[in-house]
Each structure stands twice: as structure tokens, then as C-alpha cells.
Design a protein around this ligand. Structure first.
Ligand code: SF4
Length: 235
């Protein structure tokens, strides 16, 4: 799609955040032992998936040695594999893992993106970095015209998507609160189309999965909920 290709060109060449530009390069030059010898992507990441998607998945940011290494969102780390198992379980992904850009993964009816496109130190982007990067997510949300459901992975994704919907849609005082599993149907319009339903989920970070805050079953349930909503007959 030409509009998305143009957007991707702008994203990949972006250097708006000096701290994150430095960090993505630093990570490439200082890989952990297991990745020594690999050529890192070390540039911003675009979203990826099915441009006709009815489901949009929004995460936080690429990991320094995950997406920043492999060049694809949620690819090459444990978060990506947890997410992909849930997508596979619910029929959105062709395989239950996401390891490399050339690993033959096909995403159907879903599109995966993030609020911030370069890896932040400690996974904590500053408010300025978030504000710098939001226009790219906004553009993706505008271009992906079939989206009916947005799964927000983590509080930052949830708050950012809610803010975009509030500021660019017609849906009154839409101020939902983040709670894992909560579903919000704002009604009204976004970009002239029916506003999507949003579902809040904990992020499938290693910290959340290792502590049991988010289990694979819990994440699968989130995607099953999305699947049910998009398969509901219209009207
Ligand atoms: S985080 Fe976003 S705005 Fe900042 S440099 Fe990367 S792509 Fe650009």
C-alpha cells in the first residue's frame, strides 16, 4: 500500500530522539555473548502484518536485543514468542514463534505495532520521546481502515491509544482506565469510521510472564475476546 510504504520510509530514517538513536546503536555495538557476530537492524521499526487487518495490536517499544536486532516488532525475544503463541492460538499467526524477519511468519487479519519505535534504555521512553513517536502510530491507525479492535499491551499503549481516540475522534469524554481484560466500546467515530473497541492487556514482557502476572492462558483469552468481537455479525 503506497501510503504505508511512504510512512515506513519516514519511520526508518527517523532520528528525532537523540537518546534513543544513541541507544539503538549502542546496543548493536555491545551485544550480549549469544548475539555476538550478528548484524543488528539498529534503526526504527515499522509495524507489520496484514494491511486489511481487523485487529490492531499495540505494544510499548522494541527491545534492544529483540526487535532492534532482528528488524521486526516482537521478534527475537521472549515477549515476541509469548505474543505469537497467542496470535497462533487464535488463528492470526501462521506459527507460534517469532524469531527472525525471514522466519516465514505470516500474520492474517492482524497488524502489530508499538507506541515507540526505537529501544528505550530500561524500556522507559521519556514523555518527549513518546510525543515524538506518536504521530507514526496515529498515521498507522488512520491508514488501517478495517480495524475494529485494538489490543493495547500495557498501560502506556492503552493510554496512548485512548488519547489518540479522544483527540482525533468524535466520542465525547472517552477516558477509560487501564485494567487487564477490560473492554471499552467508545461508540462514535474515529477518522470518519466507527471507532474501534479497545481491550487492555498486561504487556507480555519477561518481567510479567516470569512473575506470573501474565500467563500464556491469560493472553490467549485476550485474543479470543478480540476474535469473538470481530467475528460478530455487523448490526
Ligand atoms: S523513537 Fe520514534 S520518534 Fe524517536 S527516533 Fe525512534 S522512530 Fe523517531
Amino acid at each position: 500500500m503506497a501510503e504505508l510504504d511512504q510512512l515506513y520510509g519516514r519511520i526508518i530514517s527517523c532520528v528525532r530522539c537523540p537518546r534513543l538513536v544513541a541507544h539503538r546503536r549502542w546496543a548493536a555495538e555491545n551485544p550480549p555473548r549469544r548475539f555476538r557476530g550478528e548484524v543488528y537492524w539498529a534503526r526504527p521499526l515499522t509495524g507489520f502484518g496484514d494491511v486489511r487487518a481487523r485487529l490492531l495490536v499495540v505494544g510499548l517499544a522494541p527491545a534492544a536485543h529483540g526487535g532492534n536486532r532482528t528488524g521486526r516488532m516482537f521478534t527475537g525475544d521472549s515477549s515476541g514468542n509469548t505474543l505469537m503463541r497467542a496470535l497462533y492460538h487464535t488463528g492470526f499467526a501462521s506459527q507460534p514463534y517469532s524469531e527472525r524477519r525471514d522466519d516465514s511468519l505470516t500474520i492474517t487479519d492482524a497488524y502489530i505495532t508499538a507506541v515507540v519505535r526505537c529501544p528505550p534504555p530500561e524500556n522507559r521512553p521519556t514523555s518527549t520521546e513518546i510525543a515524538n513517536c506518536i504521530p507514526y502510530l496515529l498515521e498507522e491507525m488512520r491508514i488501517l481502515e478495517n480495524v475494529q479492535v485494538i489490543i493495547c499491551l500495557g498501560g502506556l499503549a492503552f493510554n496512548t491509544v485512548s488519547k489518540i481516540m479522544r483527540e482525533h475522534g468524535e466520542m465525547g469524554g472517552f477516558r477509560p482506565a487501564f485494567k487487564h481484560g477490560a473492554t471499552y466500546r467508545p461508540g462514535g467515530k474515529l477518522f470518519g469510521r466507527p471507532a474501534p473497541t479497545i481491550i487492555a492487556s498486561y504487556h507480555p514482557s519477561r518481567q510479567n510472564t516470569q512473575t506470573g502476572r501474565l500467563t500464556q492462558r491469560m493472553l490467549n483469552q485476550i485474543f479470543l475476546k478480540a476474535r469473538k468481537i470481530i467475528e460478530q455479525p455487523a448490526g
